[in-house]
Design a protein around this ligand. Structure first.
Ligand code: UD1
Length: 431
């Protein structure tokens, strides 16, 4: 199993290209199920989660083809991938595939919308707390689906097609909003989605669906209106840049010190996260081709944050911000409001010398002048990368085990950081 070995203490300087967003790419790929024509996605990231979803979509009969390199392409530009769901051959998504990645559960909505039936295993995913799907099923029921759960599978049907309706989410849910959108676009009549998630990835999905012929208004606000159409057609759409990757590298620079251009990053996608990094003492500027961050690496101010739906501070950056705060000049508080069990990085950060106490949904971090390297174990995707950035700032060697979590969501992590001066390498065990 691969490990990442880091010798901390190097400042980062140079350019880090930001990849297409994993959390946008996944629902966009799933939207290809809605049309027999080809959906072409540009700026696709090369990630384990994308490959896993390709396997799941292939099982339903979706073909995908990747464009070769074109003259003038930078060495690692995102891929252009053509998805074609001409014939859906299977409306079942089996446990063996869905249990590996939670987002694959979202195939339920487009399969149901297009085929009138779907059978999808209840999902697995990151170990960050119970992650139910009750709101997703409620959304489909509001549009006329019949749903039953049998032997770990959700069996959904709508023999006469889905019908527009009002979906009022009791809590903001990104996956619920994706599900509602993909179900509503071809339902008969109008749908109102209330308390919708405003995350940029929802807007990206809505924009792609609009390019495919859907009629959607209000994506990016809490009220989305959808006017159903009878069919969707092919389209070409570019995946938006990854805001979580952007925030992660910005926090790495804030912690180690240095001067890095996050190429292709969009500040408007970061919500309050960039403000919080700036408050902690880094200089952030918006350039023509991305976001630039400069930091001394010392004098990190303690900043209190609470995770919230967009445009609040993203839960997917909570672990990384905690890593940054372990080196602050004082005490900070980080409150997690989205997932109840998302503090598994705390004990691993403690192995590097961090002083963190948990009080319910709040972590109290007493900043230390110096962390020291240690072997650590990644427990989920974002927790793993928080250990990487803490290792970059720690004195001595850190080894991060269970790197497969990182490969799910960070493209060429060690290459991107290494190109900016980090001493970081991937070590593969023989055999
Ligand atoms: C997505 C993101 C994930 C991010 C999360 C919150 C992808 C692939 N994943 O996950 O990286 O951390 O948004 O920004 O885009 N909930 C229910 N019932 C439901 C659905 C959700 O109770 O049916 C709860 C969840 O347990 C959680 C909250 O609602 O407490 C928000 O979850 P949600 O926004 O749905 O997260 P995901 O879409 O799974």
């Amino acid at each position: 199993m691969d490990r990442i070995r880091i010798t901390g203490g190097q400042k980062l300087s140079g350019i880090i290209p930001i990849s297409g967003a994993k959390n946008a790419a996944l629902p966009l790929m799933i939207a290809s199920l809605l049309t027999p024509e080809t959906l072409t996605l540009e700026n696709m990231p090369r990630l384990a989660d994308v490959r896993q979803l390709n396997r799941i979509l292939s099982n339903h009969g979706v073909d995908h083809a990747v464009d070769g390199k074109r003259p003038g392409d930078a060495p690692h530009t995102g891929e252009t991938v053509h998805f074609s769901a001409r014939n859906i051959v299977d409306t079942t998504a089996p446990y063996e595939l869905v249990s590996k990645m939670r987002a694959s559960f979202w195939v339920l909505a487009p399969l149901l919308a297009r085929m009138g039936e779907a059978k999808v295993s209840l999902p697995g995913g990151c170990a960050i707390g119970t992650r139910p799907v009750d709101f997703l099923l409620m959304a489909l029921e509001r549009l006329g689906a019949q749903i039953k759960i049998e032997n770990g599978y959700v069996i959904a049907s709508a023999a006469k097609g889905l019908v527009g309706g009002v979906i009022d989410f009791p809590k903001i849910t990104v996956g619920g909003t994706h599900t509602a959108l993909m179900a509503a676009v071809m339902a008969r009549g109008d749908t109102m989605i209330l308390n919708a998630a405003c995350e940029p990835e929802v807007v990206d999905l809505a924009n792609c669906l609009i390019a495919m012929g859907a009629r959607i208004r209000g994506a990016g606000t809490p009220v989305i209106e959808v006017e159903g159409v009878t069919s969707l057609h092919g389209a070409r759409h570019a995946v938006l840049p990854d805001r979580i990757e952007t925030g992660t590298y910005a926090m790495a620079v804030a912690m180690t010190g240095g001067d890095v251009l996050l190429e292709g990053a969009r500040a408007d996608l970061l919500g309050s996260a960039l403000e919080m990094i700036a408050e902690s003492g880094s200089d952030i500027s918006i350039e023509d081709n991305g976001v630039r961050i400069r930091s001394h690496g010392g004098d990190i101010e303690p900043v209190d944050v609470s995770t919230d739906p967009f445009p609040g501070f993203p839960t997917d950056l909570q672990a990384q911000f905690m890593a940054l705060m372990t080196r602050a000049n004082g005490v900070s508080h980080i409150t997690e409001t989205i997932f109840e069990n998302r503090f598994m990085h705390v004990q691993e950060l403690a192995r590097l010398g961090a002083k963190i106490r948990l009080d319910g949904d709040t972590a109290i971090i007493e900043g230390q002048p110096q962390l020291t390297g240690a072997p650590v174990m990644a427990t989920d995707l974002r927790a793993s990368v928080s250990l990487v950035i803490a290792g970059l700032a720690a004195k001595g060697d850190t080894t991060v085990h269970r790197v497969y979590h990182l490969d799910r969501g960070f493209e060429r992590l060690e290459e991107k950081l290494g190109a900016c001066g980090a001493q970081i390498e991937r070590v593969s065990d023989p055999g």
